[in-house]
Design a protein around this ligand. Sequence first.
Ligand SMILES: [Zn+2]
Length: 303
Amino acid sequence: MTKRTLEEVAQYVEKQSQNKCKVVSAKPEHKFNDLGVEVRVWNIKTDTEGAWWVVEGNSVPMNLYPQEAYYFSVDEVYSFHMGLMERMSASVEYKPEEFIEAITLGSDIAPQLFRKLKNISLLINSAIEIEDFQAIGVQSREILIELGNSIYFDEMAGANEQPQASNFKKKAELFVQFYLSGSDNSDYRSIIKKLTEATWDYACKITHSSNATFYEASTCVTLCTSLVGTYENIRQKVFDPVSQYKCRVCKSKKLNIIDDVVNVDGIVKKWFLECNECGEITEVVFEENGTNEVQYVKGVEQQ
Ligand SMILES: [Zn+2]
């Protein structure tokens, strides 16, 4: 940034007063350099609004302080201004983890994914050139491949062929089929499949794009973070199975497991859920389909 001129400083003061005053004199009273950046304090006199200190400098925002109100010396107004600017920049400091938590509503995210998401959220904050945007596309694809590896295990393919190690779309599809089976989940499966394919395609597009801007790259980061959140939510639902049931009488979801039946292999066959609202017991029965395949069994509420 070039140095501000006397006219710019005078215009700033008049504008801040909503043009109720005219600057009658403006002179740079002192220059400071002790913080490694040149900062100037201007002594400004106006016709109707009294005298002001204006502090500004290279990469330092401009602000004005009335001379009468605070009785600041030049040195004091400089210290005050720099302290204030430091505090303002600390309070708006960008924290990538907060960005991720906001998008995923604080879902637990596998540490290796969280670390990589933090990386692209940091990268986007300083991305300027096409190469920076392409690098975000590359890292986003790597995150999705890592997501595939994190959510997938071999049994999800059943009797079918194993997907290739980096085939994120296939692994994601098998994961969804495994945990969100049944006709009541068919809409979710189809929507999540579209989200997954669109996010992957978007990341690939950014990787090779020669005309992407900050805004496309930013969308890529948001989509990618959001998709990780989507899959972590499915995983958390599996580990929070009671969330899937409701009281057979009053339909409340405030349920506690009060008893269970376990077979000789230690596999749960039945749950008894007590309703916090009406006290009724809902029985949930887990039945396997009789094949030897590893499968995720969702219990069925008995009416
Ligand atoms: Zn109830």
